[in-house]
Design a protein around this ligand. Structure first.
Ligand code: CO8
Length: 258
């Protein structure tokens, strides 16, 4: 499938999705976000794909929503069209794991898109920010919500109110990113992480994603119950038998997603 604003490559069970609007630093517009949602839905359906990596270029992951596109819009426009909501809703509902490989700027909607992924691996040149305050607006797709859950109120307020950028090292300390690697080795590391995930049983992978995401939505008691129910349910799979038998037989498991 040919896209205008993204490039999709599928190899060794990994779908690599590159944001591709270099002239606008990968600024997010309707086309890019709906193509991304479409590509992720296709990856979700494709039995060959076991993990997805979303990335940009070395200099920018994405510099935010497209300011040129938004500048002339009024309240009635963005409210009626419910700007970006179809696409972001789809992206957030993808059940296969998605890694964001972030190099350079991840600002505004770019930072929010990275946070919609399951975890972020950052190049050491990455810069995260919610600078919408400088435009007379505020974060609109997770910068005040997912970011607060990820790094806590103090830093989220700081980022959203001052619009300052956070470098990769601070982002890792704060819990926004899972690892920081030299920027030249970012894709190698992200693809290795994806390959590790691709080896697992897709049923347990999806269950993990569901359970961890539930932690952001519910109380500890409900979350623990949810986790335990999913854990018990995995005992209905052939992959549980295979995984445990392989361990006892001191061999690698051969998961079949059943
Ligand atoms: N939108 C459109 N174009 C952009 C954007 C953007 N967000 N960011 C950069 N560009 C364009 C520039 O206009 C420029 O284009 P041109 O060459 O045609 O003038 C080109 O990319 C290069 O940019 P710069 O010359 O500014 O490059 P610098 O290296 O000097 O600076 C920065 C790089 C720091 C990334 C700078 O471009 C910048 O500050 N960009 C804007 C960052 C920003 O404010 N992002 C937030 C946008 S608002 C948002 O994301 C809201 C999301 C919520 C949506 C909610 C929906 C419900």
């Amino acid at each position: 499938m040919a896209y205008e604003t993204i490039i999709v490559e599928i190899e060794d069970h990994i779908a690599l999705v590159k944001l591709n609007r270099p002239d606008a630093m990968n600024a997010l517009n309707d086309v890019l976000l709906s193509e991304l949602a479409q590509a992720l839905k296709a990856a979700q359906k494709d039995p060959k794909v076991r993990c997805i990596v979303v990335t940009g270029t070395e200099k920018f992951f994405a510099a935010g929503a497209d300011i040129k596109m938004m500048a002339e819009k009024g309240f009635v426009d963005v409210y009626s069209e419910d700007l970006f909501s179809d696409a972001t809703g789809t992206i957030a509902r993808i059940r296969k794991p998605i890694i964001a490989a972030v190099s350079g700027y991840a600002l505004g909607g770019g930072c929010e898109l990275a946070m919609m992924c399951d975890f972020i691996i950052a190049g050491d040149n990455a810069k995260f920010g919610q600078p919408e305050i400088n435009l007379g607006v505020m974060a609109g797709m997770g910068g005040s919500q997912r970011l607060t859950r990820a790094i806590g109120k103090a830093k989220a307020m700081d980022m959203n109110l001052t619009g300052r950028f956070m470098d990769a090292e601070e982002a890792e300390r704060a819990g926004l990113v899972s690892r920081v690697v030299p920027c030249k080795k970012l894709m190698e590391n992200a693809m290795q992480a994806a390959a590790k995930i691709a080896e697992k049983s897709m049923i347990s992978v999806m269950a993990v994603k569901e359970a961890v995401n539930r932690a952001e939505e519910t109380t500890l008691t409900e979350g623990l119950l949810y986790e335990k129910r999913l854990f018990f349910s995995l005992f209905a799979t052939e992959d549980q038998k295979e995984g445990m038998t392989a361990f006892l037989e001191k061999r690698e498991p051969q998961f079949r997603d059943r």
